[in-house]
Ligand binder design. Structure first.
Ligand code: AMP
Length: 282
């Protein structure tokens, strides 16, 4: 497994044999089974697999958790070695944003609501770093998690608009046995907060049950989710959304493919979760 912080070395390896397909899994490290599920899928579908580990400063607002974002490169590399990853790209800030850097990628409409409303500079940071990683690695396929549903939608739009020559593949959310979606940020939770964090997946389960029993009034489902979350003393609601899965516009009536999503502070830790539902054609 090659581990490098240098763009030239990534390119030299990537193009050693131009006939090989490459899968790229961009991450911020502190890897868990969610990340590894993307690596395994990349393995199954490509000749070679590259993983990037980089905590991208420009996708964090000044008030967010950049400086104490969890990091453990040694452990991450051991996990990736076990998965027989070919190349790990671990750039420094100086490599990604050298002095004089002044370009950004902005996706307009789908980056505005939900995470974009709560974190106004976030998706510009994400789109910029992912565009750079796509240009550095030039993967055949790039793998992202449904856990960050809006991120996948924003990046799909960027790939389409900027003609990136790759397939963007979105993989299912990996959860703990009790329903909590895996996240590097779960490490911040105290034992009491860890219990309280189940309120996110419970709210989604409740919405799924309502949907399965025929409820199509989006506001009713939204309201029930809000009530469940606000009843948890350690939880502070950021948003709950029932939106069209492509445009992310809030719905009155659930008609087609719909994204149920939320962001909730558990203590100081901001967690997100979501599920996609589809109405069967009539
Ligand atoms: P991060 O390191 O948090 O930036 O995540 C890197 C990639 O892993 C992103 O595409 C995430 O959507 C994905 N990911 C994070 N958590 C999960 C999870 N629980 N299940 C599936 N994919 C995930």
């Amino acid at each position: 497994m090659i581990v490098t912080a240098h763009i030239d070395e990534v390119r030299a390896n990537r193009w050693q044999d131009g006939t090989e397909s490459w899968g790229l899994v961009p991450t911020m490290g502190y890897l868990h089974e969610g990340h590894l599920s993307l690596v395994r899928r990349a393995h199954a579908e490509n000749d070679r697999v590259a993983v990037s580990i980089y905590v991208n400063p420009i996708q964090f607002a000044p008030t967010e958790d950049l400086s104490n974002y969890p990091r453990d490169l040694e452990r991450d590399l051991a996990l990736l070695e076990k998965e027989t990853v070919d190349l790990v790209f671990t750039p420094s800030d100086a490599v990604m944003y050298p002095a004089g850097f002044q370009t950004a990628v902005t996706v307009a409409e789908v980056a505005k609501p939900l995470e974009g409303a709560s974190r106004p500079t976030h998706f510009q940071g994400v789109a910029t770093i992912v565009a750079k990683l796509f240009n550095i690695v030039q993967p055949s396929r790039a793998y992202f998690g449904q856990k960050d549903a809006q991120q996948a939608i924003v990046l799909r739009q960027m790939v389409r608009d900027l003609n990136f020559n790759l397939a963007l593949i979105v993989c299912p959310i990996v959860r703990e046995p009790d329903g909590l979606a895996l996240s590097s940020r779960n490490k911040y939770l105290s034992p009491d907060e860890r219990k309280a964090a189940l309120v996110l997946s419970r709210a989604l389960k409740q919405a799924q049950t309502a949907f399965d029993s025929g409820e199509r009034d989006a506001q009713k489902i939204r309201q029930a989710m809000i009530e469940l979350i606000t009843a948890e003393p350690l939880a502070r609601l950021d948003y709950v959304s029932v939106a069209d899965s492509e445009t992310l516009i809030e719905l009155d009536v659930i008609k087609r493919k719909t994204l149920f999503s939320m962001a909730v502070f558990i203590g100081q830790t901001r967690l997100i979760d979501n599920m996609m539902v589809e109405t069967s054609p009539v």
